[in-house]
Each structure stands twice: as C-alpha cells, then as structure tokens.
Ligand binder design. Structure first.
Ligand SMILES: O=P(O)(O)OC[C@H]1O[C@H](OP(=O)(O)OP(=O)(O)O)[C@H](O)[C@@H]1O
Ligand SMILES: O=c1cc[nH]c(=O)[nH]1
Ligand SMILES: [Mg+2]
Length: 209
C-alpha cells in the first residue's frame, strides 16, 4: 500500500504562497518550482536504502552509510513537470530522465498523450514522477499507467498542489504508489482548475500566456 504525504514545512509553504501570487513573473516562478521540487525530493527520498561501506578518514577507518546503489529515474509529465526536474537532479545527479508528454483537453479535461520516451530498464528503477499540479488526476493516472505498463513497481508521484478530487482519484486508481503533495487545496472550479491554485503551471513556467 502506498502512502500519501502532505508535506508540512514552513519553507515549502512560503514558497508555494509566492507561486500563487499572480504578480510572480516567469523567472521567479521557475526558480521557486525548482526549489520546491528539491525540498520535496529531500522528503520523498528519505527512505532510500543505505549500506555500510568502509572509509579511511584522516583519523581512522570506519564503516559509514552510503546509498546502496538504488537506481532512479525521474519522469516529468510535460510540460510543467519539466520545471521540477533540476531540483530533483540536484539531489540525485546520476538519475536517468524519461519524459511523458500529456496535455489536458480544454473542454473534456481528458489527458492526451503526445510523447513518451523512457529510460531502458526502467522496471528496475525507483521512478519519481513530478508534475506541479494534480487537478482531476487524469494526467497523473495516465502517466502511472504508462510506467506500470513498462513493469515498474516502485513509483513516487510528486506534486506542488493537489485538489482533493485528484488526490482521491489517483489513490483509487493506483493505491500502491507513494504520493507527495506540497499543498492540498480546496477544490476544482468549473473549468477543472485548482482553487485557490496558481493558474496554469505550464504557462507560468514557460511564459506562454
Ligand atoms: O489532473 P489533471 O486534471 O489531468 O490536470 C493536471 C495536468 O494539467 C497540467 O498540464 P497541462 O495539460 O496544462 O499541460 P502543460 O503542462 O503542457 O501546460 C498539469 O501540469 C498537469 O499535467
Ligand atoms: O489548476 C490547474 C489545473 C490543471 N493544470 C494547471 O496547470 N493548473
Ligand atoms: Mg498547462
């Protein structure tokens, strides 16, 4: 059974509040998304396994903990998930990176795939799936479907803001994955945007509107 973690940290809360402000411009928005992803990554990677390795310090030889070679892949959901990748790679620089391209139809809100390129042997890896927004949950559910079709069993989904509707839908569709949420917001509006939310994350990261 996967676990849901609503991250409760003043730094993350503060940075998400800055993201919500409509006056926050593209440059600052991008920097904040990356910083939040790094802080959330610190939490999401808390259970990475370590093993004792013998190291000779200037004083003595000691058995010290090192990451036990766990293989990772970061698979952002395009476009907006791209904004979180470098924050996570700052923690695990040798992780492989895949991409799943999905856009939400403006009328039906259903996700449509336009790209999928995943690392070889992804089934042997812990997969971190970042996307700033979990609204209806359709995009995240589809992305996890793709990854599971490739045999992955160890998946962590990470979002900056979730709507209760999307979180419930993702938990129901994929009860085995771990989910990390920066802020659980109030609801979806009639256009399936998160309230209070931050608007369209992709447009704000890339300055397309
Ligand atoms: O939970 P859902 O209802 O599926 O909505 C969330 C999705 O919507 C946004 O992407 P969007 O379709 O705007 O694409 P973009 O990242 O290219 O802007 C967001 O980044 C998620 O992927
Ligand atoms: O509020 C929302 C909902 C979906 N996608 C976004 O970028 N923002
Ligand atoms: Mg968008």
């Amino acid at each position: 059974m996967g676990k849901v973690t609503i991250i409760d940290h003043p730094l993350i809360k503060h940075k998400i509040s800055l993201l919500r402000d409509e006056n926050t411009g593209t440059r600052d928005f991008r920097i904040l998304v990356e910083e939040i992803a790094m802080l959330m990554g610190y939490e999401a990677l808390r259970d990475l396994p370590t093993e004792l390795v013998s190291v000779k310090t200037p004083i003595t030889t000691a058995d010290v903990p090192m990451l036990s070679g766990k293989k990772l892949a970061v698979v952002p959901i395009l476009r907006a998930g791209l904004g979180m990748v470098n924050g996570i790679l700052a923690l695990v620089p040798s992780a492989k990176v895949g991409h799943i391209g999905l856009y939400r139809d403006e009328v039906t809100h259903e996700p449509h795939e336009y790209f999928c390129k995943l690392p070889e042997n992804i089934d042997e890896r812990l997969v971190i799936l970042p996307d700033p927004m979990l609204a209806t949950g359709g995009s995240a559910i589809t992305a996890v479907d793709f990854i599971k079709q490739r045999g992955c069993t160890n998946i962590k989904f990470m979002c900056v803001i979730a709507a209760p509707e999307g979180l419930e839908a993702l938990k129901k569709a994929h009860p085995d994955i771990d989910i990390y949420v920066g802020s659980l917001d109030e609801k979806l509006n009639e256009n399936a945007y998160i309230v209070p939310g931050l608007g369209d994350a992709g447009d704000r990261i890339f300055g397309t509107k």
